[in-house]
Design a protein around this ligand. Structure first.
Ligand SMILES: NC(=O)c1ccc[n+]([C@@H]2O[C@H](COP(=O)([O-])OP(=O)(O)OC[C@H]3O[C@@H](n4cnc5c(N)ncnc54)[C@H](O)[C@@H]3O)[C@@H](O)[C@H]2O)c1
Length: 278
């Protein structure tokens, strides 16, 4: 076999569904074993997005096993460093090594302008979408050093490179991920550990395809449908699309995780249909 990440082990957060599941499957298709974590329950009183479940995480595990790869799953909240570290440590004990960290878990909550955002929504957002990304990478670093190098991919967003209204706390957290990525990159380069961020536009996952998010696009409508918001979503892009599929982000993650990008570090890689040009 000659998979693009053959023999490597990847630790992925937020792997129960959406992009995290897709990353697990895509990396497994190319020969990696997976350490997968997800909280699998609601994390905030004002979630815009229905929560994932233990069954979702089990489905990710089945998909990876169906490809003939090994996977270790744990229900963990990325805000809990001790639990994250325990999950990674025992995953490495079972699978033998760690080469790749994909800090992907994230939420959308609130949906207000910044002057109306509650302190609770702000704090939960920063704790998960920035603090949780730091903690996931931090938990992986000792194992990457032990392996003699590796690749860390942090999931930001187009909202980490430009601003949108009604989700300023998300924009602030995702811009923070860029700072985190750059700081990790300069600190870890001497250990041959590369650190980059991916910046998806709208992705066809439960985070995007739900009523709360659709309402951010169409605040003028009481109950917007997919058909109502598709033209607005299309307007955001240069290419004639309203969103991309999870595998489009996974292919970028795969490149950054593989040795094909061996001298690429400190990069902000958009997968955005040209939305940053608008
Ligand atoms: N979907 C989009 O349009 C879009 C666009 C740009 C960036 N992103 C980012 O991509 C990443 C993945 O999102 P997605 O689209 O797959 O959404 P999703 O809601 O389908 O999946 C996110 C997963 O993260 C998990 N998660 C949330 N909080 C967690 C916590 N505290 N601890 C552990 N797991 C937690 C959820 O349970 C869920 O399974 C997020 O960081 C998101 O901000 C998404």
């Amino acid at each position: 076999m000659s998979g693009r990440v053959e023999g490597k082990v990847a630790f992925i957060t937020g792997a129960a569904r959406g992009q995290g599941r897709s990353h697990a499957v895509r990396l497994a298709q190319e020969g990696a074993d997976i350490i997968a974590v997800d909280v699998c329950k609601p994390v905030s009183g004002t979630d815009l997005i229905p929560a994932s479940t233990p069954d979702d995480l089990a489905e990710t595990a089945d998909l990876v096993k169906g490809l003939g790869r090994r996977i270790v799953t744990t229900e963990v909240d990325v805000r809990d460093f001790g639990a994250l570290k325990a999950a990674v440590d025992s995953g490495v004990e079972e699978l033998g090594r760690l080469d790749i960290v994909v800090a992907n878990a994230g939420i959308g909550n609130g949906g207000e302008t910044l002057d109306k955002t509650s302190e609770e929504d702000w704090q939960t957002m920063l704790d998960i979408n920035l603090g949780g990304v730091w903690k996931a990478a931090k938990a992986g670093v000792p194992h990457l050093k032990a392996a003699g190098g590796g690749s860390i991919v942090l999931t930001s967003s187009v909202g980490g490179l430009k601003a949108y209204p009604n989700t300023g706390h998300y924009v602030a957290a995702k811009h923070g991920v860029v700072g985190l990525m750059r700081a990790f990159a300069v600190e870890l380069g001497e250990h041959s550990i590369r650190v980059n961020s991916v910046h998806p536009t709208n992705v066809n996952t439960p985070m995007f395809m739900n009523e709360g998010t659709m309402k951010l696009f169409r605040p003028d409508l009481e109950k917007p449908t997919k058909e109502d918001f598709e033209p607005v979503a299309k307007f955001m892009h240069v290419l004639p699309i309203g969103w991309v599929e999870p595998v489009d982000i996974s292919n970028a993650v795969l490149y950054l995780a593989s040795d094909e990008s061996r001298y690429v570090t400190g990069v902000t890689l958009p997968v955005d249909g040209g939305s940053l040009l608008k």
